[in-house]
Write a protein that binds this ligand. Sequence first.
Ligand code: SAH
Ligand code: SF4
Ligand code: F3S
Length: 464
Amino acid sequence: MSGQTTTPDIKTPKTDTPEKTGTPKKKVFVKTFGCQMNVYDTERMKDLIKGDYSETDEPDDADLVILNTCHIREKAAEKVYSDLGRLKANKTKRQAEGKATTIAVTGCVAQAEGKEILRRAPVVDLVVGPQSYQNLPKLLDQSQKGERVAAEFDVADKFKALKGNRTITGPSAFVTVQEGCDKFCAFCVVPYTRGAEVSRPVEAIVEEVRALVQHGVREVNLLGQNVNAFHGQGPDGNSWTLARLIRHLAKIDRLDRLRFTTSHPRDMDDDLIAAHGDTPKLMPYLHLPIQSGSDAILKAMNRKHTAAEYRQMIDDLRQARPDIALSSDFIVGFPGESDQDFEDTMQLVRDVTFAMAYSFKYSERPGTPAAEKHDQVPEAVKSERLQRLQALLREQTLAFNHEQIGKTLPVLFEKPGRKPGQMQGRSPYLQSVYVDGPEDLKGEIVDVEITGATLNSLQGHLVR
Ligand code: SAH
Ligand code: SF4
Ligand code: F3S
């Protein structure tokens, strides 16, 4: 069970005299839900408070618990409230031991439900939307003085504040270049939780990437809710496209790999497609969500392109970079989706063939246009469709992984594997690759001959 209370500091009334020397005394536990943007935000929040809090993976030990939440589907949002139930018991128990616990809800549920969280869950001390993290230390101070706080929205401010001082966790790093979304797909909460599209200035991105590379990072994954809508201000005062940014970053010595995620097909311009052919550092892997293969459903979803346009884009990408591996997102059971609409999705998957894909049952989100529709698809139909789609997608992933057997791929090694003496890295196509090898492989790009493949990973041996 939990640890005994052997600590001599009995109570933490008001933290007027924090000791800033040595390891911070207070502990923080963070649980992250949702997308890469949340993972990135979690890292930045930890950086912001690392002077006062060291991390623990035991919620029982934590003086501060942060739930960095996701609102994308109903299940994701509800998980937060069940976690808060458990945390309440925790907080009461710690209180009996004379220890205070601050509970903060951050991320997209915080943005969407804000003050309602404070009402529905009295255990919560602090609610911080995804655009206000930069104020976290100040907000924590406020809440530890007994105020319950819900913070506001300012993404440009967030970009300004979140620079430098990053903790490096491995040779591959995410860098946010764009946040928010103006697309308003009929099913999606992101434009409401993350707000309008904002791009970071090119120079700030370059500075962050250079600092990461100086500390041993060799791969950068440019991150944005709608990353290829990037239009950050360049050093020349003009607005730069993502393709231009990528070609610019590719000039940085010792930065070996570039990726970007997540793209919208509408913003996949010819120059970005061409970059896959002319910029060797840009890895041959693209996540390009289509959601559905039916034009009627794409229109109802407000995706603003047809299935034929998507197919053409894939042909062009393969023309530019013949070995490019493609990944996508699908939603089954969007309101009004007929059997034929679903068959169109299956056919598109058969024709395009994906190396990887995520697929979801449509989840009704309050406040989005699709939630108002009357022709919702029955749960049983959604489940059956999802099963069929996932079986097909799994088959394609397995086939793609099997195709690598016998090939030699450059692998960027990231960390030890699960078994002793094993290391894990990534192929250019983002597959996990396991080899037997020493720990000092970490951060190296080494050729690996692939000898085995499963649905989730490749195995091989070092070629040196
Ligand atoms: N910006 C990205 C997607 C972000 S959300 C894009 O446009 O592709 C990640 C994925 O969650 C989406 O691609 C979609 O497949 C899924 N998703 C979003 N809202 C959903 C909902 N209401 N129900 C089910 N899946 C949803
Ligand atoms: Fe959501 Fe559509 Fe924006 Fe993606 S492009 S974040 S699915 S609204
Ligand atoms: Fe979820 Fe927000 Fe990301 S809703 S998917 S955490 S942008």
